[in-house]
Write a protein that binds this ligand. Structure first.
Ligand code: BGC
Length: 720
């Protein structure tokens, strides 16, 4: 028996009740027909369940945030982490996890960047599909969010994104499209913002034309929490479930609108059917940890830890953190030699209380936390000396009490740390952004670390002692004036509860730093895409940079940057050579690229081979290069392998504003292979014909007198 089959037996009021939640985390049950409720729980890097009578958070494993996890460039590992989150959801009786987030990092200022994988749609889509696959393989649903163009927190509940159709489709919709087509998520969450003046929660073009009619999406569309402004318009546009519940208020609005003939009952049926379909897909037995009333101080009992899989998942969190740590600079000081008698100064409050995640709805109450201080003390014993260096607000890892300003206290701590560092052989300074800077509902206004940390680093960098800087942040930070005085810079992102051990293992060379940047690090904020009006004004944000965000922007403007997209160093070295690019099927645009990768160093290590495509001759302006494939390899010294990437017609195409369709324009394409967007080792050209399935290209001079649509509104683009 399927609950979906019960639809004809439901009254209009019962159907309408399915279209809104019961409180914050449940759908509404229909007791008369024994239709159960479904529980939703926040993700995406661990579970945030408000459970028990007093609705406090249950501990769960805090994995690397999606931004850090993405730095692994490892789809298998992402799948494994998502499966572990699924197992924890089952233990807690949660049916649907509200993640992954697949919005692009349009600007490094966005407060939720720590929740999003990348500035690149190809990478975001591939990693998110692996996440959905891993999670749903455990019988727990994924909810891909926030659809669409939710790329800032400033005015997020009402700002209108003004973007042209090509920009939306090539960048901001592309990852959603890939996940929907490849991984079939059970749910998708619409965003708070407006697109072209229409709220995403009531946007017929987004929710129906594109998502359902074009991409064939079969799952449920749920609103972001309180994102519905006009329930009837939302249902009509294609929204299925409004969250959280409204105590029946909007259910009555739906019933009235049908009775008055303003809403077609078929729309209500469609949405109710999708909610019932979700109920059909979920149905696990209530989790054994359901209903535990935990208070902030409580820990899980050993039996509860066992049910959660806490020990194994902590190991996985460590492994994932290790694979995400990104070494961007190394003059040779790393790895530290564990056997040398050198005295190492560990400086920084975040070594004692690491920044493991960002703030807001994605916050997880971790089951435990490995701190860098504990892990390095255990490994180095008396050789490690420590100083706080700067003040850290009291934190329990998902909340942080802000500090009052006190320059004297900052200076006293910095003086102590600098004196300690001056008498040491090596300094490891752990710094980062406070929780408030990596948080939902607020964007940063600059990219610098807090002033007290910048000042400390400047003083440490001026000493004649090698300085290793470890940065913990959910998105790019600037590194002046201390960068050039460092011997190494290691980025941990917000790497979850295993970060301390992972950091010790990488610093001491027990593990290779496995991460590669998934976003560009600019030299200064003013260089970054869309500046200075990037978050808009007076209710509108104009995506004037079009398809040029991230490395696409810096490459188009030929701007110097601090560290490029894709960059990251191993402790070994690699050679890439013997690139072959072979056209398998010219009409379909299928091309195979193979390149030989050799570990030329003395240690085992990982490398991420990246394939970029460019189209130098085109009817429209195109990015210099775009990532279209990547392979992560792990090799022993002297070992070699061939990395293979198969490109499809879509990988050469752009979105044609005259039709809204992806178009491959025949001609010469450039294929580049490298280890970052700015470190391209080999290059080849291929000749491909026009995509035979499409009408001929419309050149500018042949365009109709009315220009083609610029911004996309609720009914979609108006084509000239
Ligand atoms: C966030 C969502 C989250 C939801 C439930 C919203 O404010 O934007 O990402 O899943 O709250 O906590």
């Amino acid at each position: 028996m399927f609950f979906t089959d019960l639809l004809p037996q439901l009254s209009l009021a019962e159907k309408a009740s399915l279209l809104s939640g019961d409180g914050d985390w449940w759908t509404q049950a229909v007791p008369r027909l024994a239709v159960p409720a479904v529980e939703l729980g926040d993700g995406p890097h661990g579970l945030r369940t408000e459970t028990g009578e007093d609705m406090v958070w249950l501990p769960s494993t805090c994995f690397p945030t999606l931004s850090a996890l993405a730095a692994t460039w490892d789809r298998d590992l992402v799948r494994e982490v998502a499966a572990a989150i699924g197992a924890e959801a089952r233990a807690m009786g949660v049916h649907l996890v509200l993640g992954p987030g697949v919005n692009l990092k349009r600007t490094p200022l966005c407060g939720r960047n720590f929740e999003y994988p990348s500035e690149d749609p190809w990478l975001t889509g591939r990693l998110a599909a692996a996440y959905v696959d891993g999670l749903q393989g455990t019988g727990v649903g994924a909810c891909v969010k926030h659809f669409a163009a939710n790329n800032q927190e400033t005015e997020r509940t009402r700002v209108s994104v003004e973007a042209d159709e090509r920009t939306l489709r090539e960048l901001y919709l592309a990852a959603f499209e890939h996940v929907v087509r490849e991984a079939e998520p059970w749910a998708l969450m619409c965003s708070y913002n407006r697109v072209g003046g229409t709220y995403a929660s009531a946007h017929p073009w987004l929710l129906t034309t594109v998502l359902r009619d074009e991409w064939g999406y079969q799952g449920l569309v749920v609103s972001d929490w309180d994102a519905v402004h006009d329930k009837v318009a939302s249902v009509r546009a294609g929204l299925d479930l409004e969250m959280p519940g409204t105590g029946g208020r909007t259910d009555a609005e739906v019933v009235d609108a049908v009775r008055r003939g303003e809403l077609d009952e078929a729309d209500v049926d469609r949405a109710a059917r999708r909610v019932l379909h979700l109920v059909d897909r979920t149905r696990p037995a209530p989790g054994p940890l359901r209903g535990l009333g935990h208070r902030p101080g409580d820990t899980l009992t050993p039996a509860q830890e066992e049910l959660l899989g806490a020990a194994a998942h902590h190991e996985l969190a460590r492994r994932a953190a290790t694979a995400s740590l990104t070494l961007v600079r190394n003059t040779g000081v790393l790895p530290l030699d564990p056997a040398s008698p050198a005295r190492i100064a560990l400086v920084g409050g975040y070594a004692r209380v690491p920044r493991i995640q960002g703030g807001g709805s994605a916050g997880v109450r971790p089951t435990r936390v490995d701190t860098p201080l504990d892990a390095l003390s255990a490994a180095l014993g008396d050789r490690l000396v420590t100083a706080e260096g700067y003040r850290v607000g009291a934190t329990d890892y998902y909340q942080e009490r802000p500090l009052p300003t006190d320059p004297d206290a900052d200076e006293a701590l910095a003086d102590e740390a600098v004196a300690l560092a001056a008498g040491s052989d090596i300094v490891v300074a752990v710094v980062g952004l406070p929780l408030a800077a990596d948080s939902e509902a607020v964007d940063r206004t600059d990219l610098a670390l807090p002033p007290a940390q910048v000042d400390l680093l400047r003083r440490l960098a001026a000493l004649d002692v090698p300085l290793v800087v470890v940065v913990q942040s959910g998105s790019a930070v600037t590194m002046d004036p201390w960068h050039d005085g460092t011997a190494a810079v290691l980025l941990t992102g917000l790497a979850g509860q295993g970060v301390g051990q992972a950091l010790a293992d990488v610093l001491l060379g027990r593990a290779d730093p496995g991460g590669r940047l998934t976003e560009t690090y600019p030299l200064q904020l003013a260089d970054s895409p869309g500046m200075p009006t990037v978050t808009g004004e007076r209710g509108h944000v104009v995506y004037g940079e079009g398809v040029l965000i991230g490395y696409r922007w810096y490459d188009a403007l030929d701007r110097p940057i601090r560290y490029p997209f894709g960059h990251g160093l191993s402790y070994t070295t690699f050679a890439l050579d013997d690139l072959h690019v072979e056209v398998l099927d010219a009409a379909a645009g299928r091309v195979r690229c193979t390149v030989q990768v050799t570990n030329t160093g003395a240690r085992r290590g990982t490398q991420v081979v990246q394939v970029y495509v460019g189209d130098p001759e085109s009817a429209v302006h195109r990015p210099v290069r775009e990532l279209k494939g990547a392979v992560k390899v792990a090799l022993d010294p002297g070992e070699r392998t061939r990395a293979v990437v198969e490109l499809t017609g879509r990988d050469f195409a752009y979105v044609d504003a005259t039709s809204g369709a992806w178009r491959r324009e025949g001609g010469r394409f450039v294929v580049e292979v490298g280890v970052s967007s700015r470190d391209l080792v080999a290059r080849a050209e291929v000749e491909l014909p026009d995509d035979p399935a499409l009408p001929p290209v419309v050149r500018d001079e042949d365009l109709p007198t009315d220009p083609v649509a610029w911004a996309v509104g609720g009914d979609g683009p108006v084509r000239g």
